[in-house]
Design a protein around this ligand. Sequence first.
Ligand code: NAG
Ligand code: NAG
Ligand code: NAG
Length: 805
Amino acid sequence: MAPILIKVAVATLLALVPATQAQWDASRFAWYNSDAGNDFASAVPIGNGRLGAAIYGTGDEKISLNENSIWSGPWLDRANRNSKNALNNIRSQLMSGDITGAGQAVLQNMGSLVSDGYSVAGNPNSCQQYNPLGDMTISFGHGNGRSNLLRYLDTYQGTAFVTYNYNNVNYTREYIGSYPHGVIAMRMSASREGQLNVKVTMSRGQHTTSQTASTSNDASSVRLSGSSGQSSGAITFTSEARIVNDGGSVSSDGRSIIITGATSVDIFFDARTSYRYSSQDAMESALQTSLDAATRAGYPAVREASIKDNTALTGRVGLNLGSSGSAGNSDTKTRLSNYKRNANADPQLATLMFNFGRHLLVASSRDTGNLSLPANLQGLWNKDFSPSWGSKYTININTEMNYWPAEVTNLQETHKPLFDLIKVAKTRGQTMANVMYGCNNGGFVLHHNIDLWGDAAPVDYGTPYTMWPMGSAWLALHTMEHYRFTGDKSFLRDEAWPILQSAVQFYYCYMFDWNNYKTTGPTLSPENPFVVPGDMRTGGRTEGVDISVQMDNSLLTELFTAVIQTCQALGLAGSDCSNAQTYLSKIRPPSVGSQGQMLEWRREYGEGEPGHRHMSAIWGLYPGSHFAPLNSSDWAAASRKLVDRRMQAGSGSTGWSRTWVMNLYARLLDGAKVWESAVAFLQRYPSPNLWNTDSGPGSPFQIDGNFGFTAAVAEMLLQSHNVVHLLPALPSAVGTGSVTGLVARGGFVVDMAWSGGKLTRATVNSRIGGTLALRLADGSPFSVNGTPYSGPLSTTAGAVFEITS
Ligand SMILES: *[C@@H]1O[C@H](CO)[C@@H](O)[C@H](O)[C@H]1NC(C)=O
Ligand SMILES: *[C@@H]1O[C@H](CO)[C@@H](O)[C@H](O)[C@H]1NC(C)=O
Ligand SMILES: *[C@@H]1O[C@H](CO)[C@@H](O)[C@H](O)[C@H]1NC(C)=O
């Protein structure tokens, strides 16, 4: 044992709290002077990109454990075999104006609810759900009587910490999500020798297949195995907590390990599942390999490697939006509560939320091999067997939103798990394209939710959400974004192109002719109902299914553009390249409604929900960009009208929707509006542990809003869809500040400082060479390396440019 390092850290920490709380970095630490009780949304989340742990800090410690491939079961073949034959008739109904009939025919023939003789029984209406691994309980016997409790998350190191005094002994617990060692590691210690007694147990609410404990000379183990419960094809897992004690004696009751009279105890935890291993032996052996290595290395080395790895990612960006002074010195719950009354006093709460978003991405989305899994609706933290919305990959916004901060905040490697899942889903989607749409040309289709198997069938049963054949288009565009930020040509050729090519191939087969356009349908504008006009059958009823909705046209405009750019960059020819040009020219242009707003549908239907949370009609503003002001002032103006009207009608009503609004106003170059929604977000949505919620604390946790917030703060400081635009939407509320390490498309790394709302200095570092076109704020003049800027500069890799205004 080498507890010296940690003892020093602990001593420093205890000296800081509670007497000198002013020394806490209010942008970095989320800290609490109470435990989480039984509230998951107060527990502190850490992870290593595959394993997740939420730490409660209770007297008997509770840790909710997750592994990101533990889901509710095997792939389900949910395709409705009636679809292909029904398709032409449904299209005719839509073209001739029978919205009502088409909607019913879609649900009947294309949804998977109906028993058609092919759907698998069980849960055919939806794909699988994300499930918990189980809980670890570490009983200390410290029920009542703890004092000076402190619990925190360090968003920079990715570590969690709990300390308190009990019977005149200081107890500490430190938790680490280690990517390098592939484990969750923890150390518990007592300030007085021999005062630590713990009983370590693991349990699971459903489908536990074995629960054992054993002792040996080197290390003791608690093991928990489980399954998703099906008699065949179930996902199985095995997990183990390896326990190493310093001092004391060890015993086992067959299910738990009991240690008495120790001074410190270390635990290394890992879990492996059948998702990634072809046999039970391979799975067990992978588990033993990682635990052996971590145990051999020992806690201090595991800790050091983990912190080094984590800070190498989180440390790439440093944000300062101004100091909170004494308002930042309170614990996080108090700050959240004070912020509701006086937001201006605590600008560092926004910085902390920005940093927390980056922590969550690093903790929930890492390259852990070819079957990495991206962050789902709850990242990878989930305690429920029936979590809200299945904690799935909802790809009509939420999964994509998770990755909005990945490139711009310099965490490009966290994007990779999304590409891994797209590859899995592509294979499913190719089959689905054939079964449902008769497209057998290599194209893939995904609907609005997928699971870890890439389940490509429509989900749920309703005309405003079930029939949305656009998931592959949106996801595929993420590969292009990765290329635009990194300039990685081998990625473009080997990873992005096969996905982009298959994505467009589907639409080449699927789109049909209508009014001289190539159009989509049956389709919908995600989750948004419209009022059926009197001449389109049951007038006055709300429906969702239609053709040629604006979001589809925007997605396809940018998908075909991405394919054209890829063909150019890779020197490709052939019909998949030339078709992109043809199809691009045949997309129906956007239209503007009676109030000057972007039209969401092909006609100006009455809005079923005028304050709807989805901003699908202006997808082309953000995350797309062909509606952005510097690209098209007309479409930007119509986008502005749409979002303003939505907000007046009560939109931004879920946490994630509010952060989409932040990004939209950033793209509209309106910093004041970005900040208004940033404040509203921080006042209404975060749970005590800073997770985004659906409609405020107590409502379901959904991680997309955390990532949307982080992306939006970056977007108000730096944009690059058109030129490298410095301080495009700087709010006056944060008129003085600085940022380092943001990334612009073209691989330009940008540091900036500003004061009184104006740039004082920036440096732009070219990672890969190429042309650098710059703009400052509203078009203000500036100098590059002392010379007035007059137009794009050519750069070489490694070149650095000093910008002064
Ligand atoms: C325990 O921590 C408190 C601060 O919370 C400190 O004042 C005290 O000296 C510590 N006691 C021991 C035994 O380390
Ligand atoms: C990942 O996939 C690539 C290409 O499909 C393969 O060559 C490589 O061996 C795989 N790596 C692992 C760790 O499985
Ligand atoms: C926006 O404008 C820039 C610069 O003219 C251009 O390079 C880019 O392709 C445009 N983007 C879209 C989506 O129209």
